[in-house]
Write a protein that binds this ligand. Structure first.
Ligand code: FES
Length: 169
């Protein structure tokens, strides 16, 4: 068996590298043609994008001396937390008198963590079975904070919550 090896000189020039500032190459291939090596890059993966945020406003629970309801503000990464956790993290009281003592700790079995979604219902998860049970005869806009996921990891926007809506009725 015979081999033919071409030992003719090959022109090797330093390859030129170009890269976008926003993309880092994830794979590099090097191939040879008869004339010169060809170096090519393929960006196969976009850099990770930041999780969007949900902006929250909490109204109440009671009007102040001037008759206006106080408003507290917070923000959360979309789809990362339950409404109950966000309120706890921001030291916003969620429960009425009975719920403060008798709540189930977020297990969906007491029905005391009621809030009203005034704006942004579309940014939250659907009502869970626990909510269907405890909020059966309550307004559609009422939710249990321990069952309510704020965002879905892709959406962003504003959610407005009335605290202790049962006190308004
Ligand atoms: S804390 Fe008990 S149902 Fe939400």
């Amino acid at each position: 068996m015979a081999f033919a090896v071409n030992l003719s000189p090959v022109s090797l020039r330093s390859p030129e590298f170009t890269a976008s500032r926003n993309k880092s190459p994830k794979s590099i291939s090097l191939s040879f043609t008869k004339k010169r090596p060809v170096l090519s890059f393929a960006a196969t993966q976009e850099p990770p994008t930041a999780t969007p945020e949900i902006e929250l406003e909490f109204i109440g629970p009671k009007p102040e001396g001037d008759g206006k309801y106080p408003v507290d503000r917070a923000a959360a990464l979309s789809g990362e937390k339950l409404l109950r956790t966000i309120m706890s993290d921001n030291k916003l009281e969620l429960y009425g008198t009975y719920g403060k003592v008798m709540n189930c700790g977020g297990g969906g079995s007491c029905g005391t963590c009621i809030v009203e979604v005034v704006e942004g219902q579309e940014l939250l998860n659907e009502r869970t079975n626990a909510e269907l049970k405890y909020l059966k005869k309550k307004p559609e806009s009422w939710r249990l904070a321990c069952q309510t996921i704020v965002g879905n990891k892709e959406n962003s926007g504003k959610v407005v919550i009335q605290r202790l809506p049962q006190w308004k009725k």
